[in-house]
Write a protein that binds this ligand. Structure first.
Ligand code: CAA
Length: 258
């Protein structure tokens, strides 16, 4: 892979979008490689969590590649949006927690990529926005769908219609990011969240993610039914027995992921 760097260490996969000269803009090659990369980390039993970031000082990802967009006919543009949505759904549905470490500009497709991750940690230097209307476009990688779900319809509408770029502090205020930290503390913070998750029961983490992700798209009643079914499933696992026994015996649990 050229446009994606994948490093694995201590059960953590670090995925870096690597086109710094184009501010890590998402072109055809980035999407192909991002898709392969996420298929690999999802299947790798040694990987417990994933951090996604951008290469270089300036950008997380500055959006879809505008030079590529400029050449597209309507049908091809529709296909491009559908493919971007599919790859970002693959990230959202990754069975391992995915944390975006947003180091700089997260605009258009870059903001949509950050939103497809399960959590977002931002550097104080990060900037967020969906500037597509300024290009005569709308967000195409599910930004119009994920942003209102994250921050509410009114604020999402304002950001989508004005194309305004917002600071990391404002993104935190509206609930778009979980934490804002100094640039030099960004990876440490993302890794600390990943480490906290890694110390918990892996099956419980996986089922909790599924309950939140699936439940978000269901009625409250169906979501609760789904939660109860997963709760019951977990109760039959060795990990749940170990977690409960360890509490009672006042010791640390040793989870095996089964
Ligand atoms: N696509 C392709 N190339 C891009 C790019 C993009 N989205 N963003 C930046 N670049 C390129 C620039 O063309 C420039 O390349 P050259 O040196 O070859 O000219 C290089 O990256 C550096 O960019 P700038 O000189 O513009 O850097 P800057 O510091 O002056 O500005 C910026 C930074 C504000 C992020 C500005 O680059 C910018 O506005 N980028 C575009 C942001 C945008 O509109 N994103 C939405 C894209 S559309 C989309 O994403 C659709 C969708 O949802 C499917």
């Amino acid at each position: 892979m050229e446009t994606i760097l994948l490093e694995k260490k201590d059960r953590l996969a670090l995925v870096t979008i690597n086109r710094p000269k184009a501010l890590n803009a998402l072109n055809d090659q980035v999407f192909s490689e991002l898709e392969s990369c996420f298929r690999e980390v999802a299947a790798d039993e040694e990987v417990a969590a994933v951090v996604v970031t951008g290469s270089g000082e300036k950008a997380f990802v500055a959006g879809a590649d505008i030079k590529e967009l400029a050449t597209l006919e309507p049908l091809a543009a529709r296909r491009l949006a559908e493919r971007g949505q599919r790859v970002f759904n693959l990230i959202e549905n990754c069975p391992k927690p995915v944390i975006a470490a947003v180091n700089g500009f997260a605009l258009g497709g870059g903001c949509e990529l950050a939103m497809a991750c399960h959590m977002r940690v931002a550097s104080e230097k990060a900037r967020f926005g969906l500037p597509e209307v300024g290009l005569g476009l709308i967000p195409g990688y599910a930004g119009t769908q994920r942003l209102p779900r994250l921050v509410g319809k009114g604020i999402a509408m304002e950001l989508v219609l004005t194309g305004e770029m917002i600071s990391a502090a404002r993104a935190h205020e509206i609930g778009l990011v979980n934490h804002v930290v100094a640039p030099e503390a960004l990876h440490e913070k993302a890794h600390a969240i990943a480490a906290a998750i890694q110390s918990k029961g892996p099956l419980a983490v996986r089922h909790a993610m599924e309950a939140v992700n699936r439940g978000f798209e269901m009625s409250r009643e169906d979501g609760e039914r789904f939660e109860a079914a997963l709760f019951g499933l977990l109760a039959g696992t060795e990990d749940t027995k170990e977690g409960l026994a360890a509490f009672i015996e006042k010791r640390k649990p040793e989870f095996k992921g089964r």
